[in-house]
Design a protein around this ligand. Sequence first.
Ligand SMILES: [Fe+2]
Length: 176
Amino acid sequence: MISEQEAIGLLKKYEVPEHIIKHCRAVTKAALEIAEKNKDRNPDFEKIKIAALLHDIGRVKTLRGTPTEEFGDNRHERHSVEILKKEGLDEIAEIVSKHGFMLADYKPEDLTIEEKILVVADSIAKDQGRITPNDRWRRIENKYTKTGDEVALKQFERSISTYFTIVDELGIERGD
Ligand SMILES: [Fe+2]
C-alpha cells in the first residue's frame, strides 16, 4: 500500500484543488474514527486511509467542466476510479467505485467494511466537525431539486435505502 505522503503527492500530481484536498483529509479523519468504532469487524485501517484520501481524485475534471464522452454524466466518481487504476491502485479503485453516485447500483451486502466506511465518512465529514446523515440527505435533495438535476436526484433516491442501512450498521446516529 502507498503511504499517506504518496497519496497526497498523487492529489497534487492530478492538480486536485486545495478545497477538495481539505475535504479528503476531513473524510479520512471521519473514516478512521468510524473504523475505530467498528474495530471488531477488522477493517483495514491503511486501506481506508488511502481510499479516503484519494476517493475524489477525479473531481478535478468535473470541476473544470470538461466532461468527456466517456464520463458524459459529468460525475467525478468514475473519473476517480479511472485515475486510480491507471496508477496501479486497483484495490483502492475498487473501494472508491462504490461511493457517491455509484452507490445506487449496490446493495449493502455487496459492500466490504472498508467500502461502507468510506461511503458514510464521505457523507458526514465537513472541514470542521460533522453533519448528520439525515441532514446530508436533506441538503442533497434541496441542492438537486433547486438545480433541477433529475438524473442526480433519481440516483440518490435509488441509493437511500442502502445508504441508511449502512449508516445503522456502522452505529452512526442518523440525526433529526
Ligand atoms: Fe467526497
